[in-house]
Ligand binder design. Structure first.
Ligand SMILES: Nc1nc2c(ncn2[C@@H]2O[C@H](COP(=O)(O)OP(=O)(O)OP(=O)(O)O)[C@@H](O)[C@H]2O)c(=O)[nH]1
Ligand SMILES: [Mg+2]
Length: 445
């Protein structure tokens, strides 16, 4: 997780030419590094926090660039450490030279997300807020952005904290009873504990119910295009994404590996998959592709089942009976009487007919309910998994009370329940999970 005593630096703006570039430095040596390489335009050498200074970055006597230097002394900075930001002219060459000067004078090049990771380590934000930073940067649609901003405000953190507080109260009361079992401390009766736990369970379950929606907003609504070979799946896929991304031929078995594209539909992020046609095949690669198809189908929120309307009715694979399916009849341009179609949505990937209706249907299926933003929304699978584990532990705790299993069992379940909630906000999260979260960032953030 890096050594937090060292000082890190990176270019914080996108790579390429621009009006300005920002080089960010954070750590104990940030101020001494800047004093070595920066010459202010007046004779006063003092750099105060939350001030911006105009001057030059120099290499011994040579001027590298005219810059603005912003100073944020700890703890009032993004990372909670001393932070200096150098705004220099935006050419690649000059930016690299300024960065090199910073690195030559004692900073180390920052890793992906390392600034935000330090902010997390220094208690500037919890894990849900750190995740919101990366979601915000990566947001491709209006709804994703809205959900990230809401999370950045710490709403989910506050909700979880409140539940945790109650849980810890009950827990410490139970543990007190265990420690002093010979003395009748009995502040809380089993009935009171049960009631409090049921209330916590309700709150956790309401959070979980936001999870599926939050994940759709953030990670995308997954739509799998599937169906028999040669029905025109790739052609429909290309029409929907408005790009000739997938290979189309008249040979059945053209698509072997799945193809994934992100599109925005009415502000929603939709992940759309073109998959291999389902048919009997002895070809090893094609069989492998079909297994992948089945995996994608089972993970999809919605399936577009594409059939060739000129071919007699096909049957669905067993797997899909319970799934959310839109049946699509493709190639209607080849029919004499397309209005005869009653068992699916008539489309033609060739002419584009019916494609807009299909897109509207996808959006209608997303069915995100109005959610209460003030409570915060679970927004990724990691958070959902941890909250679900906590819920299981709470249920076990209630069961332990009902079965009069003894306070030790109850204490054990309560500890597990709070640990899983703490995992969501990053209090007891493993180093591996933390590293994988910050790996999603870009360098310089
Ligand atoms: N007339 C007509 N032909 C179509 C239409 N859609 C696809 N085709 C043709 O049907 C053939 C198969 O199209 P693909 O899109 O490759 O079909 P697929 O379902 O992806 O096929 P596999 O990947 O092999 O399973 C190609 O020759 C397409 O040009 C359509 O709407 N009308
Ligand atoms: Mg195909």
């Amino acid at each position: 997780m890096g050594n937090h005593k060292d000082t890190i630096a990176a270019i914080a703006t996108p790579v390429g030419q621009g009006g300005i570039s920002v080089i960010r430095i954070s750590g104990t040596d940030a101020m001494s590094i800047i004093s070595k390489i920066f010459r202010k335009n007046d004779s006063n050498h003092i750099l105060k926090s939350h001030h911006i200074y105009y001057g030059k970055i120099v290499n011994e006597r040579k001027i590298i660039d005219d810059v603005l230097v912003s100073v944020f002394l700890k703890p009032k900075s993004y990372t909670g450490e001393d932070v200096v930001e150098i705004s220099c002219h935006g050419g690649m060459f000059v930016t690299q030279k300024v960065l090199q000067q910073v690195l030559n004078n004692g900073a180390r090049h920052a890793k992906r997300g390392e600034f935000t990771q330090r902010a997390f380590m220094n208690g500037k934000m919890d894990l849900t807020e750190a995740e919101a930073v990366v979601d915000l940067i990566n947001a491709k649609t209006a709804h994703t952005l809205e959900s990230a901003i809401n999370q950045l405000e710490g709403r989910l953190y506050i909700s979880i904290k409140k539940i945790l507080q109650k849980l810890i109260e009950i827990r410490s009361n139970v543990e007190l009873d265990i420690d002093f079992s010979d003395q009748e401390l009995g502040e809380e009766t089993d009935d009171e504990r049960r009631k409090a736990l049921v209330e916590i369970k309700t709150q956790i379950e309401s959070l979980i119910s936001t999870g599926n929606q939050g994940i759709i907003l953030n990670e995308g609504y997954r739509v799998a295009i599937a169906g028999p070979a040669n029905a025109g799946k790739s052609s429909v896929f290309n029409r929907i994404i408005e790009n000739e991304r997938s290979i189309v031929t008249d040979i059945a078995g053209t698509t072997r590996d799945y193809i994934e594209e992100d599109i925005a539909l009415e502000g929603y992020l939709v992940k759309i998959y073109d998959t291999a046609g389902l048919r009997e095949s002895k070809d090893t690669i094609e069989k492998y592709g079909m297994n992948k198809t089945l995996e994608i189908i089972s993970n999809a929120h919605l399936i577009l089942w594409i059939e060739d309307s000129t071919v007699s009715r096909e049957t669905f694979p067993e797997l899909m009976r319970k799934m959310n399916i839109i049946r699509v009849k493709n190639k209607v341009d080849l029919l004499n009487n397309p209005s005869m179609i009653t068992d699916g949505i008539p489309v033609s990937a060739k002419t584009g007919e019916g494609i807009q209706e299909l897109k509207n249907l996808i959006v209608n299926n997303i069915s995100i309910e109005e959610y209460d933003l003030s409570k915060g929304l679970i927004s990724n699978s990691r958070q959902l998994a941890a909250v679900e584990k906590s819920n299981v532990a709470i249920k076990n705790a209630i069961q332990a009370l009902d079965d009069s299993r003894g306070l030790e069992f109850l204490a054990f379940d309560l500890r597990e329940a709070s640990e899983h909630l703490e995992e969501v906000i990053g209090k007891v999260t493993s180093e591996e999970i933390i590293n994988s979260i910050f790996d999603r960032f870009c360098v310089g953030k």
